[in-house]
Design a protein. Structure first.
Length: 194
């Protein structure tokens, strides 16, 4: 918008704020009024199913394009090819290079395996006296079977020294007061004038 009155302002356009119901009240022309809102309640463009333009056309104004097929004539068929179709194809599966080799030209690698012996059989095997030492304690009770004496408090074993223990006294709360009464209410040391 031009502030000076000498310069002309350019026209401005904006979107309307009217609703769809307000369109019914707008008069444009007599021909427009005759339509009576035709098409306002018709389905949208996605409501129509369009026929394909490829293949056989159902409408007469549209021409169906030509179509081609593979022929079924037997004159160009090779009888040798027909015979080869029934034969099995080549087998390209190679035997594994690990494990027992079926071909005698290839040497099979040694196959170590797990033994079938059980744990009880190991007690019968003797290798050396040093190996025998691993069996020590196998039939003894486990660590949870023992009850350990605590190291704090009274020690039951005479080889262990007991730590000194201290306790709270068992005297009466008013012991000092009773002793003062018993001894004739002697004054405290601060009561003397020296």
């Amino acid at each position: 918008m031009q502030v000076t009155s000498v310069q002309e302002s350019q026209p401005k356009y904006s979107l309307g704020t009217s609703t769809r119901q307000g369109v019914q009240k707008v008069y444009l022309s007599e021909a427009h009024s005759r339509t009576g809102g035709m098409g306002t309640i018709s389905p949208g463009p996605a409501g129509y199913t369009l026929k394909g333009a490829i293949g056989k056309q159902e409408l007469s104004p549209k021409q169906t394009p030509p179509s081609w097929l593979f022929g079924s004539n037997q004159r160009f068929r090779d009888p040798e090819l027909e015979r080869h179709k029934k034969l099995p194809g080549p087998d390209y599966t190679q035997p594994s290079g690990v494990g027992v080799q079926p071909s005698s030209m290839k040497r099979s690698a040694p196959l170590p395996g797990f033994g079938t012996s059980d744990r009880n059989h190991m007690t019968k095997v003797f290798i050396t006296p040093e190996h025998e030492k691993v069996n020590f304690g196998k039939v003894s009770p486990g660590p949870l079977a023992y009850t350990l004496v605590p190291g704090v408090g009274r020690q039951l074993s005479s080889t262990k020294r007991e730590a000194p223990s201290f306790g709270f006294g068992s005297n009466d709360r008013w012991y000092t007061r009773k002793m003062a009464i018993r001894h004739g209410n002697t004054p405290a040391p601060g009561a003397y004038n020296v």
